[in-house]
Every structure is written in structure tokens, then in C-alpha cells.
Design a protein around this ligand. Structure first.
Ligand code: GAR
Length: 203
């Protein structure tokens, strides 16, 4: 049976759309069943609707960078009720705490717009430009207790030009992400990539 995907996002939702489109075209053999969002009017909910995927806004609670315990439980319950096997973070801008990690052990994946471990956290494209690196990129990684510290599944570089703004760079990174994320998920689901703690085995 195809793996059921739950996708969490806070923003435009272009990575969610790329994953759902890859499922619908057969490039990724998985069933996207639920999109959850912590921002009421985020574009991701509209893109989910266009693709006939159930999208739900669940309020995050009072904190800026994490879900409150109560709300985190509601996220977990929604995913469990939908029988989700894999949780994909696609621009979800809150840290995932230990109860969430325990509910989906080694089954939560994130995409981050830099070549980790460089530039973790917020505004990674702006961080890369301010630092003055000539190459940044994107990373697909497992989610653990840290911020963007989990085992690395896939990476791809993106060059920075002197004309780049954080926005233009981020758009170019996203173009790469839309290809890399569905491929990395496919590699995990088919067993081409196996993860055991920090160890990643590529067949
Ligand atoms: C993506 O570039 C993703 O890598 C980034 O947010 C963007 C979401 O865009 N994630 C992070 O910065 C997480 N720290 P999208 O909503 O269009 O997919």
C-alpha cells in the first residue's frame, strides 16, 4: 500500500504543490492525504484545495517559534486520524518538539533553503548573501530535536550572483527544491536511501 503523506506548511506552499503533483503524475508513489497549516490565510491551503487535498488550519497557540503542547497534540491527532505514515515539513516555520517526534519516529522530513550545516534557522538565503558565500543551495533532512540538525538525505547547490537579493535567490533555490524534495521522498519510500539515526545508507 502506498505511504500516506501529511504535509505541514506556513507559507506559499510551492513545495507542497510539487510533492502532490509528483504523486498525482506517478513520479512519487505515495498518497498525500492531509495538509496542515499554522497560518490562517496561507497560500498553501489554496494550493491544497486546487489539488483536492484536505487542508486544515490548526492554530499554533501563543508562541512564535513552536506549537503549544495542546495545539501540538491537535496536529498529531489530525495526522494520526488520517493514517499518515510520513510527515513532510514544507516551509513549516515552527520547531517540532519531542512528543511530535515520538509520534512519528524517523518519519518526519524537512527541506531547508541552504547547504546545511551552513545557515540553519530563519532567512537562510539572506544569511548566505550577508555572509558572502558564492554557493548555497538546499537540503532535505530528517527532523530531530535540533534546529535543522537531522541526518542529511539530499543536497543540491545553487550559485549566488552579485545581483541576487534574498528574494531572487530564494526563488531560484525553490526551483531546485521542487525537483529535489519529491525525488528525496521517493528515495526514502523505495528504500534507495535508508536512515538509521545519523547514518544514511544510499543503495
Ligand atoms: C522553502 O524554500 C523551504 O525550504 C523553506 O521555506 C520555503 C517554503 O516555500 N523552509 C525553511 O526555511 C525552513 N527553515 P513554499 O511554502 O513555497 O514551499
Amino acid at each position: 500500500m502506498a505511504a500516506k503523506l501529511g504535509i505541514l506548511g506556513s507559507g506559499a506552499g510551492s513545495n507542497m504543490a510539487a510533492i502532490v503533483d509528483a504523486c498525482q503524475s506517478g513520479l512519487l508513489v505515495a498518497e498525500p492525504v492531509l495538509v496542515l497549516c499554522d497560518v490562517e490565510n496561507a497560500g498553501i491551503l489554496e494550493l491544497a484545495k486546487e489539488r483536492q487535498i484536505t487542508g486544515r488550519f490548526i492554530p499554533p497557540g501563543p508562541f512564535k517559534s513552536k506549537l503549544s503542547d495542546d495545539m501540538e497534540r491537535r496536529y498529531i491527532e489530525a495526522l494520526q486520524e488520517a493514517d499518515v505514515n510520513w510527515v513532510l515539513l514544507a516551509g513549516f516555520m515552527r520547531i517540532i518538539k519531542s512528543e511530535f517526534l515520538r509520534a512519528f519516529p524517523e518519519r518526519i522530513v524537512n527541506i531547508h533553503p541552504s547547504l546545511l550545516p551552513s545557515f540553519p534557522g530563519l532567512n537562510a538565503p539572506a544569511q548566505a548573501i550577508s555572509y558572502g558565500v558564492q554557493v548555497t543551495g538546499t537540503t532535505v533532512h530528517m527532523v530531530d530535536q535540533g534546529i535543522d540538525t537531522g541526518a542529511i538525505i539530499a543536497q543540491e547547490p545553487v550559485s549566488i550572483t552579485p545581483e541576487d537579493t534574498p528574494e531572487s535567490l530564494h526563488e531560484r533555490i525553490k526551483t531546485t527544491e521542487h525537483r529535489l524534495y519529491p525525488q528525496a521522498i521517493s528515495d526514502l519510500l523505495t528504500g534507495k536511501i535508508k536512515v538509521c539515526g545519523r547514518q544514511v545508507i544510499r543503495n
